[in-house]
Design a protein around this ligand. Structure first.
Ligand SMILES: Nc1nc2c(ncn2[C@@H]2O[C@H](COP(=O)(O)OP(=O)(O)OP(=O)(O)O)[C@@H](O)[C@H]2O)c(=O)[nH]1
Length: 603
């Protein structure tokens, strides 16, 4: 038996464009429902990761159970799922949506509907959600609630003209938060399910807790789950005894059982992460469900790069840390890789560039690892003359051109919303990146441009360029489109005729010369002069497309220490030796790690 009747449960996600105020609203809801005392309430409770708080963005989907005594005299259980707003994390959004019946759509009334507002709403509509719009930030003088209402109706097509349809709130100052809770209770459908049926629980998320080990977040669809039950993961077949069952209120709070419609966590002494596949169905071992739930589409990493420890002794530590991160983030992939230039490391796959940056930062902050990341690459399809096809996500693995029949690259469909005055800059940027315009429409005074773009041209710096070309006003969202044949070449970088694998990259032929020249010029400044001349070249196959030369230098560090001061001399030599540890040897040439770091930074 469920502890809470279904009619008193409401499960909802909060969706919004980045910075429209999801996390702030979540905090207010938690506060109003008295889940935390004032003292425990630190701002943005749900953004618990240090990095999230610093950057002010939500990375992981978080969940919290609230108790709300509504105006109808009944007390409801509200399960809130916060969702990340950045495009890279659309996958996490879809997982949260699958665990809920409705969505609270937060729109910043001073900004209006943005690209990700739309993308998220479409996902919610696909998930059959009831959508409750709220207009946030009405405390701001720039807020235009009426205009935003009209936009929501016009662009999204859901009723918003009436104050009843879309509540006006300020998550920051706390205006009308109760109105949000009442709207949720009245308008969202309660979950359905049969407590007596065989258990079907959707595995929404899993992560690693330093004290408890693996924690699984589940949404019970059918049946009930009790402490001590023996559960079975339907896809992997693994079985475990449930040690602890609980809910987030938002602190972890143990409960004896979870019934249909409820969202909670399981702790079950799980050793193997691979057993907890997000999207899998959990059932009871002695009374299994006849079939699993639909689950989710697996997330596919679209951007890859190599991560190498600066200190080779950190390799095992890096492997361990990546494993732990993967527990918290099933969408992240890694496999061992060796590079002549950088030694032993890992080839890692990410959902996008921000995702890459976040993982890199977490490795350095939480695990104290100094890393070199190679240039990000997308996944190419290489069709070979022998009729086979290879997925290529490491430029170093590109087969010889004589073996290649054609190469296809991934394209995306991007929607960019921007004020009319910046539209020219946006169109110029898109065409510079080989973009093809598909559509151009207007929402009020803002244009929405839909472009097809090669992902390769977007992964490096497109988002930053877009922001600077529009003074931060453009909003951007994309989805993967198809693969298309393209004239792509691998550019190798040679230092004194030795290829430096970690610096090779794939580019469209039209951009090859420019990129090759840029990287040679940069390396010329980065590689210290040595006792002999050094040639730096960029080449496509055996054809050199750019060249720089570093002149020879004769340098004896001890020359300055004339005469007797032996200890001083020794000190200098030791210092030089320590410096050498941070160098990589290429033939005769030593390249400092810092040169790799800087050279790999794309303009
Ligand atoms: N003036 C005003 N500012 C608000 C309001 N709600 C949120 N903000 C501010 O808007 C910024 C973004 O708010 P967040 O709650 O972090 O936004 P978010 O949508 O959760 O962002 P992500 O987690 O990155 O997706 C913060 O600086 C908030 O203080 C509001 O009602 N009024």
């Amino acid at each position: 038996m469920s502890e809470t009747p279904l009619s008193l449960i409401r499960n909802f996600s909060i969706i919004a464009h980045i910075d429209h105020g999801k996390s702030t609203l979540a905090d207010r809801l938690i506060e109003l429902c008295g889940a935390l005392t004032k003292r425990e309430m630190k701002s943005q409770v749900l953004d618990s990761m240090e990095l999230e708080q610093e950057r002010g963005i939500t990375i992981k989907a978080q969940t919290v159970r609230l108790t709300y005594p509504a105006k109808d005299g009944k007390t409801y259980i509200l399960n809130l799922m916060d969702t990340p707003g950045h495009v890279d994390f659309a996958y996490e959004v879809s997982r949260s949506l699958a665990a809920c019946e409705g969505s609270l759509l937060v729109v910043d009334a001073s900004q209006g509907v943005e690209a990700q507002t739309l993308a998220n709403v479409y996902q919610a509509i696909d998930a059959n959600h009831e959508i409750v719009p709220v207009l946030n930030k009405v405390d701001l003088p720039a807020a235009e609630p009426e205009k935003t209402r009209a936009q929501i109706e016009e662009v999204i097509g859901i009723p918003a003209s009436d104050p009843e349809d879309a509540v006006e709130i300020s998550a920051k100052t706390g205006i009308n938060i109760e109105g949000v809770l009442e709207a949720l209770v009245k308008r969202l459908p309660p979950p359905q399910g049969d407590a007596a049926a065989p258990l079907q629980a959707l595995l929404v998320d899993s992560w690693y807790d330093a004290y408890l080990g693996v924690i699984i977040l589940v949404r019970i669809k059918e049946g009930s789950l009790r402490k001590g039950d023996k559960i079975r993961m339907m896809e992997t077949g693994a079985t475990y005894h449930v040690d602890q069952l609980g809910v987030f209120s938002p602190k972890m709070t143990p409960v004896e059982s979870l019934g249909p419609g409820e969202i909670g966590y399981i702790n079950a002494a799980i050793k193997t992460v691979a057993d907890c596949k997000v999207g899998d169905t959990i059932t009871l071992d002695n009374r299994p469900a006849p079939a699993p739930l639909p689950g989710f589409k697996p997330s596919v990493p679209v951007v890859w790069c190599g991560l190498f420890p600066i200190d080779a002794d950190d390799f095992e530590k890096l492997r361990e840390s990546l494993g732990k991160l993967q527990l918290n983030d099933a969408s992240f992939h890694f496999e061992a890789e060796t590079s002549a230039a950088l030694g032993f490391g890992f080839r890692c796959g990410f959902l996008g560039l921000l995702h890459l940056e976040i993982i890199q930062e977490r490795l350095s902050r939480e695990f104290n690892l100094d890393l070199i990341a190679t240039a990000p690459s997308v996944v190419y399809r290489v069709f070979k003359t022998d009729g086979t096809m290879e997925l290529l996500h490491n430029p170093a693995d590109m087969p010889d051109t004589s073996l290649i029949e054609r190469i296809e690259e991934p394209w995306i469909k991007a929607s960019i919303m921007v004020q009319d005055e910046y539209l020219g800059n946006v169109l110029a940027l898109c065409s510079e990146r080989r973009g093809v315009q598909l559509d151009l429409t207007y929402v009020g005074n803002r244009a929405m441009a839909v472009y097809k773009l090669p992902l390769n041209e977007v992964v490096f710096d497109f988002y930053d360029k877009l922001k600077s070309a529009t003074r931060g006003y453009a909003s951007f969202d994309y989805q993967m489109d198809d693969y298309e044949e393209s004239d792509l070449v691998r550019i190798s970088i040679l230092v004194n005729h030795e290829p430096v694998d970690a610096l090779s990259f794939i580019a469209h032929r039209s951009a090859a010369d420019m990129r090759g020249r840029a990287i040679c010029a940069r390396l010329k400044d980065l590689i210290p002069r040595q006792l002999f001349k050094i040639a730096i070249q960029a080449a496509i196959g055996s054809k050199v497309i750019a060249r720089e030369t570093i002149g020879a230098l004769s340098k004896d560090v001890t020359a300055k220490c004339y005469g007797g001061d032996i200890s001083r001399k020794r000190k200098l030599l030791e210092k030089q030796k320590a410096g050498k540890k941070r160098m990589r040897q290429f033939g005769k040439v030593e390249i400092p790690q810092s040169a790799f770091l800087a050279a790999l930074k794309m303009d």
